[in-house]
Design a protein around this ligand. Structure first.
Ligand SMILES: Nc1ncnc2c1ncn2[C@@H]1O[C@H](COP(=O)(O)OP(=O)(O)OP(=O)(O)O)[C@@H](O)[C@H]1O
Ligand SMILES: [Mg+2]
Length: 579
């Protein structure tokens, strides 16, 4: 459990941590000296009526506490600084790891879990390093120092007083493990709460349209209640623990009064010495409590770290990076004998051969599950084929740097993801250095210029979350502009018109045709008018290229494609397919 804190916190920030601990030791020495001053006060000043010594002690105590204040501050500052630095670094590592993970990872991890990593788990680690760790280290030193001083004063009295120690330790370890387990439960419940919030934000439209607000609310409040109950239990145990420790310390106090009193009467201990003892024993519960709470923080932090570490150790992509650069691409794409399976044994693509040249628009058509999106995943290298190869201008794409390959592909999905910023920034996304006129040019090519100019603030209009303030067709044309601003050699579109009505589909297709000039375009589609606007159809079934040719050729051939058209598996664009 401690190795994490050692490797990630103490070692990287050793200078800050070291300074912090030195400051602390000075501060606590000042604190520890206070009871000694009490002894001097009683034995040397009060008992002997020495007024000068009294003055000396008064000044001494003021200076002592000033010292303590200054060094406590420095200690707190250094600890917080080291803690915050570590957290910032951890956040950055997590974020950049997340960006590097592939599609496959996000397919199996819910975004709620991820958000919980960035919120709850980081919070636990923050508490562990800024509160838990310093408290445990520092208060243990403190406690040891108190005990040593007591032994030094009068070892017999010290031993008698420490008789309560074993009970304190047993109580702490018993309650601590309970508190720790409950903490983990709370953590889980909170993670679920986050997931629910995240889910309902995404699906608020669905929730409201199905009138399931009450159900969602109940689901949410159940989890909140669960977390609150566990938290209450943990806090109750922690309160019991505190009272118990205080009680046991009071037993120690009684022992000192009884046994210490006898020692004083027998002349083995001065009155001042006995008072100093009393002050020390009163000081014991505080460090013990802090150590116990600190250990809980450390435990929770370690659990959180395990989860975060799982993310950081996640095996990055299934594909390995090539190192070849290709500044310019013509856009000749060839699939040669490509076979691919997500899972062993179940071929999703089977012996695919396709050759596509610039200025061609190729419609990839086929029933649901035929492997169309998988075709796109392979071209983008989210996965590599198990057999055969994919070539761009005659170069195996596995040899290219990933970023280099993807720069040549303008990818557009069925539901384009727009960022909640201006139209201009959305289009510029693919190419941060694009000038205003290049952006306008791209917008014109995507047939988006006119509608953009009619928006309230033109290119500076903010599009709303996920582009929600725009219509589906408008979003899609902005996505086209964003895709072509990088001047990709290839356009790859996965059902770009599936969510659009007939009229809008026509507009978007016109935009795509225009944008496709000089490029190689693949459109995955099941819409007839999209197929009609393309040059060639590749008809896939069960991962194989069943037929290929122009729409008319395939109709004349009267094979599977013609059959699909007859059975309306390929839709005439008459309806709005998706809400
Ligand atoms: N990430 C994945 N992991 C495992 N199997 C997958 C994954 N993605 C798709 N599949 C499977 O691969 C097959 C082909 O899926 P693909 O998404 O390529 O179909 P599609 O032709 O795009 O279908 P649709 O028209 O419904 O979008 C399906 O059987 C699907 O269940
Ligand atoms: Mg698909």
């Amino acid at each position: 459990m401690f190795s994490f804190y050692w490797r990630k916190f103490i070692i990287p920030f050793w200078l800050l941590a070291f300074t912090a601990i030195v400051c602390f030791i000075i501060a606590s020495l000042a604190g520890l000296a206070a009871p000694l001053v009490v002894k001097l006060l009683i034995d040397n000043a009060l008992n002997q009526g020495n007024i000068n010594f009294l003055h000396l002690i008064t000044v001494g105590i003021a200076i002592l506490y000033l010292f303590r204040g200054v060094f406590s501050y420095l200690y707190g500052y250094c600890m917080a600084k080291a803690g915050n630095k570590m957290l910032a670094k951890l956040r950055q590592d997590m974020f950049s790891k997340l960006q590097s993970l592939d599609y496959a990872y996000f397919m199996r991890t819910s975004s709620g879990e991820l958000i919980s990593l960035f919120t709850n788990d980081l919070l636990f680690i923050q508490q562990a390093v800024t509160v838990g760790l310093p408290d445990v280290i520092v208060e243990s030193i403190n406690l040891l120092a108190i005990m040593s001083i007591m032994i030094y004063f009068d070892w017999r009295l010290a031993m008698v007083t420490f008789a309560t120690m074993p009970f304190i330790i047993v109580a702490i370890s018993f309650f601590n493990s309970k508190i720790g387990t409950l903490g983990v439960l709370v953590d889980h419940a909170l993670a679920k709460v986050t997931a629910i919030i995240q889910q309902s934000l995404v699906s608020v439209l669905i929730v409201q349209s199905y009138v399931r607000e009450d159900y969602e609310y109940k689901k949410f409040s159940d989890k909140i209640q669960e977390a609150a109950n566990d938290l209450l239990k943990a806090q109750r145990f922690s309160a019991i623990l505190v009272s118990l420790v205080e009680f046991l310390a009071a037993v120690g106090l009684t022992i000192i009064i009884w046994y210490g009193g006898r020692e004083v009467i027998n002349g083995h201990l001065s009155i001042g010495g006995m008072f100093a003892f009393l002050v020390y024993i009163i000081n014991v519960p505080m460090p013990v409590r802090k150590i116990s709470q600190g250990l809980t923080h450390l435990k929770l932090g370690a659990v959180a770290w395990k989860r975060i570490n799982n993310l950081l150790n996640e095996q990055t992509p299934t594909v390995t990076e090539g190192d070849m650069l290709m500044p310019q691409a013509e856009g000749v794409v060839e699939f040669k004998d490509v076979s691919f399976a997500y899972r062993q044994g179940k071929l999703v693509l089977n012996d695919i051969n396709i050759l596509a040249r610039p200025n061609e628009i190729i419609a990839i058509v086929g029933p649901s599950g035929a492997g169309k999106s998988s075709f796109a995943n392979l071209l983008l290298r989210f996965y590599d084929p198990d057999n055969g190869g994919i070539y761009l201008d005659g170069v195996d794409i596995r040899k290219l740097k990933l970023a280099e390959l993807r720069r040549h592909i303008g990818f557009i999905q069925q539901e384009p993801i727009l960022f909640n910023t201006t139209v201009l920034e959305n289009i510029r996304y693919g190419r941060p250095d694009a000038t205003q006129s290049q952006i306008e040019q791209a917008a014109r090519m995507a047939d988006a210029y006119e509608f953009i100019m009619s928006l309230p603030q033109g290119f500076d209009t903010v599009v709303g979350e996920l582009g929600g303030k725009l219509s589906g067709g408008q979003r899609q044309r902005i996505a086209v502009a964003r895709a072509i601003i990088t001047e990709p050699a290839i356009l790859l579109l996965d059902e770009p018109t599936a969510a659009l009505d007939a009229q809008t589909e026509k507009q978007v297709m016109a935009a795509i045709r225009q944008a496709g000039t000089g490029r190689t375009t693949f459109i995955i589609t099941h819409r007839m008018s999209t197929i009609m606007a393309s040059d060639r159809v590749v008809y896939l079934t069960e991962g194989r290229v069943a037929e290929t040719g122009t729409h008319q050729e395939l109709i004349d051939k009267d094979g599977l494609y013609a059959q699909a058209v007859r059975f309306s598996e390929i839709e005439m664009s008459i309806d709005v397919k998706h809400l």
